[in-house]
Structure formats: structure tokens, C-alpha cells
Design a protein around this ligand. Structure first.
Ligand code: ATP
Length: 205
């Protein structure tokens, strides 16, 4: 079985930056946010079920998920999020397995922003890697690359588990308060560790 690392972290912590560095070193990266997006594009695999569950008003004329409408619904009806996830999560999980099976990389790394919150990968991942940084760093980095205000970023952080909970669940942690060179060094060290674990996993059958 291919070693599977679950990579998570709060908004703006550096998940994508870390994942890109692992990819350069040869890991198979599976970005579950990207898959969710793909399944809700025009003609996406999730769209028939979404139309059936939520009605045609949540589908744009070209057949994609109407993201603005869905965001508004999720805001006013907390159950809607669970209904949407019940459609998308199984599709994403299946695609994750397909990608792992098709990959020749020594190990795979699934980027799952809400891994600790949703529990969806518990029992499946071999290790949980958390990218962590100070909340102030999360806020300034997110603000610098989006149009979100400080309060909006704080609001999103409020919907995610606190740092302490995420860190308590972690097997490995990347502390991403430094510069990109610092991030690169930590990724390199973990990559070597994962290569060693992957060798043992494949030797065990
Ligand atoms: P999101 O939760 O919004 O998807 P993320 O956790 O994937 O974010 P990134 O997109 O990797 O985080 O990083 C957020 C921003 O911070 C990006 O603009 C990225 O280039 C920058 N960044 C990440 N790590 C560092 C670092 N160590 N030094 C400087 N900038 C960084």
C-alpha cells in the first residue's frame, strides 16, 4: 500500500506552498479542494446529485454549482453544508484512491484543509502533517493574497478548529513562521523521513 500523508492547516498557513515543495521532490500531491472544484464545474461528476438535492436554482446556466448561492444557503442553513459534503466527499475519496493507485511516486500526500474538522480521512491516512504558523501570520498572508478583510479572515478561522486542537492531532508539524527557505528545509527533512517510511511500508507488503 502506498504511504498516504494527510496535510492540513488553517487558512493561509502555507498548505499549498508546502505541497508544491513536496511535489518538486517527487511526492504525489492530491489537492482535495481542487477536486471539489472539479466535481462542481459544468458537467462535473457531482452536478447531477447537487441538482437533485438542492434544485435547479443552485445550478448556473452552464451547469456548474452556483457558488454564491450555495455560500448564502450554507450561511443560513447549517444542514446544507452536510448535504453538499455527503455528495462531494465520497466522490473525492474515490478519486484520491484512484490517483494513489495510478501513481508511481514513493508516497502520496493529500491536502485536506478541514481534515481534523471532518474526520473523513481518519483511519485512512498513515500520518497527519500539520502546517502551522502564528494566527497573525495566517491573517497577514491571507489578506495579502485575497480581498478578505482582517475580520473576514478571523471569521473563517472561527469556523476551523483552534491551532491547539490541530497540533494535538498531528504526527508531524511544519512551523511556517519563517521565510520560504525555512519552509523548504522542513519539507526536505520530512520528505526524507517519508521516503524511509514508504520503503518500510512497501517492504511490509
Ligand atoms: P488557504 O488556506 O487560503 O488555501 P494555504 O494554507 O494553502 O492557504 P498558501 O496559499 O500556501 O496557504 O500560503 C498563503 C500565502 O502565504 C501565499 O501567498 C504564500 O505564497 C505565502 N506564504 C506561505 N508560506 C510562506 C513563507 N514561509 N514565507 C512567505 N510567504 C509565504
Amino acid at each position: 500500500m502506498t504511504l498516504l500523508i494527510g496535510l492540513t492547516g488553517g487558512i493561509g498557513s502555507g498548505k499549498t506552498s508546502a505541497a508544491n515543495l513536496f511535489a518538486e521532490l517527487g511526492a504525489e500531491i492530491i489537492d482535495t479542494d481542487e477536486l471539489a472544484h472539479r466535481f462542481t464545474r459544468p458537467g462535473g461528476l457531482g452536478m447531477a446529485a447537487i441538482r437533485q438535492a438542492f434544485g435547479p436554482e443552485f445550478v448556473t446556466p452552464d451547469g456548474a454549482l452556483d457558488r454564491a448561492k450555495m455560500r448564502a444557503l450554507v450561511f443560513s442553513d447549517p444542514g446544507a453544508k452536510g448535504r453538499l459534503e455527503a455528495i462531494l466527499h465520497p466522490l473525492i475519496r474515490e478519486e484520491v484512491e484512484r490517483r494513489i493507485a495510478a501513481s508511481r511516486a514513493p508516497y502520496a500526500l493529500a491536502v485536506v484543509p478541514l481534515l481534523v474538522e471532518t474526520d473523513a480521512y481518519r483511519g485512512r491516512i498513515d500520518r497527519l502533517l500539520v502546517v502551522d504558523c502564528a494566527e497573525e501570520t495566517q491573517i497577514t498572508r491571507t489578506m495579502s493574497r485575497s480581498r478578505l478583510t482582517r475580520d473576514e479572515v478571523r471569521g473563517i478561522m472561527g469556523t476551523q478548529v483552534p491551532r491547539s486542537v490541530r497540533l494535538a492531532a498531528a504526527d508531524d508539524v511544519i512551523l511556517n513562521d519563517g521565510d520560504l527557505g525555512d519552509l523548504q528545509r522542513q519539507v526536505q527533512a520530512l520528505h526524507e523521513k517519508y521516503l524511509g517510511l514508504a520503503r518500510r511500508t512497501s517492504a511490509a507488503g
